[in-house]
Design a protein around this ligand. Structure first.
Ligand code: IPM
Ligand code: MN
Length: 354
């Protein structure tokens, strides 16, 4: 029997509630597909920070690196100043583990309401590959004359050719494996970002022309992309984009697929330890009420199996989520309006695993 060591980081707010349901479904799939998952709990997050002043010590990083994957609930606490936990835990992990791909599928399941009029599951099914280690997120820059009338602040949009290349190559591979429209759309802003955008455009074309002749190349400026995502989402197959643009367009993506209750993300290092998370955050006001939607966490668990190489088990999670929604028993994806509790949604999906 195949076995994997998974580091659980339930984190803050509703994180633990949704991760519990994710683990339930993963165990159900594991039983059917002969996969054993060994979970080890880690309590990094807001509570621990307030208790100890510690976000994510280097010793923890070392331990996390020994696992096959990390399954994360949510990071963010109302009593902690914004930025401390995000930078100290989430971004630290992404950078330290070199998780250079942020994989965010945008998929509308049956019976899920989208704010887009006249669009259904046949129109909304694409994947955003967000570069996850470069860009404005590297924290390069500075400020001077802070507090004066002439204060200056910079934050640099940084990209190196190797960082762009490895992301673009992953995206082409992914598009080929996905085997749908075989179209990889680069999203950037090369009409204004004439250095960084140009680097992305050239790498996208060079790698595509040389190594992926079977994949169609396309390009959208990021502002136009937000327009097309709303007007004609069926246009997309796979999008590859820079870190900040990817951050922004995947929130829009989450909304058109029915909201944060279903949006999952994978922070992937194809050669190392990857981390999977629902992208919705800690939702403090719903904490402990058993009303939050665990589907995003469940889908993130499916992505984890996929990345571990368990394609059949991953497909079974996706199918179970699909069937649970198709059954019509889940009334809405919004917290408190699902017509059932967090636990019941987890039970329903687990019972649908085939
Ligand atoms: C996300 C989040 C993070 C990001 C924040 C919390 C640092 O918005 O995962 O999309 O900007 O990447
Ligand atoms: Mn975001």
């Amino acid at each position: 029997m195949k076995s994997y060591n998974i580091a659980l980081m339930p984190g803050d707010g509703t994180g633990p509630e949704v991760i519990k349901e994710g683990v339930k479904v993963l165990n159900a799939v594991g039983r059917k597909y002969g996969i054993k998952l060994n979970f080890t709990d880690y309590d990094f997050g807001g509570e621990r920070y307030m208790r100890t002043g510690e976000t994510l010590p280097d010793s923890a990083l070392k331990e996390l690196k020994k696992h096959d994957a990390i399954y994360l609930g949510a990071i963010g606490h109302p009593d902690v100043k914004p930025g401390i936990l995000e930078v100290g835990i989430l971004l630290k992990l992404r950078f330290a583990l070199d998780q250079y791909i942020n994989l965010r599928p945008v998929k509308l399941y049956p019976n899920v309401e989208t704010p887009l009029r006249d669009k259904g599951p046949e129109h909304i099914d694409f994947v955003v590959i967000r570069e996850n280690t470069g860009d404005i997120y590297t924290g390069m820059g500075g400020a001077t004359m802070v507090g004066t009338q002439n204060e200056i602040a910079t934050q640099i949009m940084l990209y190196s050719r190797p960082i762009v290349e490895r992301c673009v190559r992953f995206a082409y591979d992914y598009t080929r494996k996905r085997n749908r429209k075989k179209t990889l759309t680069l999203v950037h802003k090369c009409n204004v970002l004439t250095y960084v955008g140009d680097l992305w455009v050239r790498v996208h074309k060079e790698i595509g022309d040389k190594e992926y002749k079977d994949i169609k190349q396309d390009y959208n400026h990021v502002d136009a992309c937000t327009m097309w995502m709303v007007k004609s989402p069926e246009f997309y197959d796979v999008i590859v984009t820079a870190n900040l643009f990817g951050d922004i367009i995947t929130d829009l993506g989450a909304m058109i697929q029915g909201g944060m209750g279903i949006a999952a993300g994978g922070n992937i290092n194809p050669e190392g330890v990857s981390m999977f998370e629902p992208i919705g955050g800690s939702a403090p006001k719903y904490t402990g009420k058993n009303v939050i939607n665990p589907l995003a966490a469940i889908c993130a668990g499916g992505m984890m199996l996929e990345t571990l190489g368990e394609a059949k088990a991953a497909a079974a999670v996706d199918k179970a989520v699909h069937d649970a929604l198709a059954s019509g028993k889940i009334k809405s994806l919004s917290a408190g309006r699902m017509g059932m509790s967090t636990t019941q949604v987890g039970d329903l999906v687990a019972s649908m695993v085939k």
